[in-house]
Design a binder for this molecule. Structure first.
Ligand SMILES: C[S@@+](CC[C@H](N)C(=O)[O-])C[C@H]1O[C@@H](n2cnc3c(N)ncnc32)[C@H](O)[C@@H]1O
Length: 172
């Protein structure tokens, strides 16, 4: 007979979790530099917290409001404001970070073949309607694509970013 499945309580989950100090601007950064829909920012913030990543966003008032609404975490989340996306990405690259685009691109590796990040990695997400701007594509070290077999042409950006973050964090 199959053992009954018991869902852990929030208290049990918190107690069992390994205490892990989040190092700001550490290993993983999710860069949502051209956001359009506020709900996606809250979803990304939750995933960043789950995998120990920072979230980089533009310094817009509506973005702050969206994050405040979407942040249902107990701890303050690690959010950084990036004024000029392209110079920031170039600086990150010069400083040794891997710049990985999440995009449907010819040269992209498939998600299942993406190794966990072994060095600082900035995961770049595209605009919800137009994708990663062409000028930013030139700054990428590589890209990852999530294979799709359905009728839609792309995934929701927060879903795509969350899947890739889990993979980069080595948790999937
Ligand atoms: C809704 S899609 C953008 C639409 C599409 N690029 C276009 O120009 O019509 C928003 C972003 O989600 C990410 N994304 C969505 N589906 C993806 C997939 N299957 N693989 C990789 N990235 C994806 C990419 O970062 C993309 O730029």
């Amino acid at each position: 007979m199959r053992p009954a499945i018991r869902v852990r309580t929030p208290q049990e989950i918190r107690t069992a979790r390994r205490p892990r100090r989040h190092r700001c601007w550490g290993h993983l950064v999710a860069a949502a530099l051209w956001p359009m829909h506020d709900a996606n920012l809250g979803t990304l913030l939750r995933t960043c917290d789950a995998v120990g990543a920072c979230l980089a966003v533009p310094p817009f008032r509506w973005v702050d409001d969206a994050l405040a609404r979407g942040n249902t975490l107990r701890q303050p989340a690690c959010v950084h404001r990036v004024g000029s996306p392209l110079p920031w990405l170039a600086d990150e690259r010069r400083a040794g970070a891997a710049i990985l685009g999440v995009e449907l691109a010819d040269e992209a590796v498939r998600l299942a073949d993406l190794p966990a990040a072994r060095r600082r990695t900035v995961m770049v997400l595209g605009h919800e309607a137009t994708g990663i701007p062409p000028e930013a594509l030139d700054l990428l070290d590589g890209a990852v694509e999530i294979p799709m077999i359905g009728t839609g042409s792309s995934l929701n950006v927060a879903v795509a970013g969350s899947l890739v973050l889990y993979r980069l964090a080595g948790l999937l």
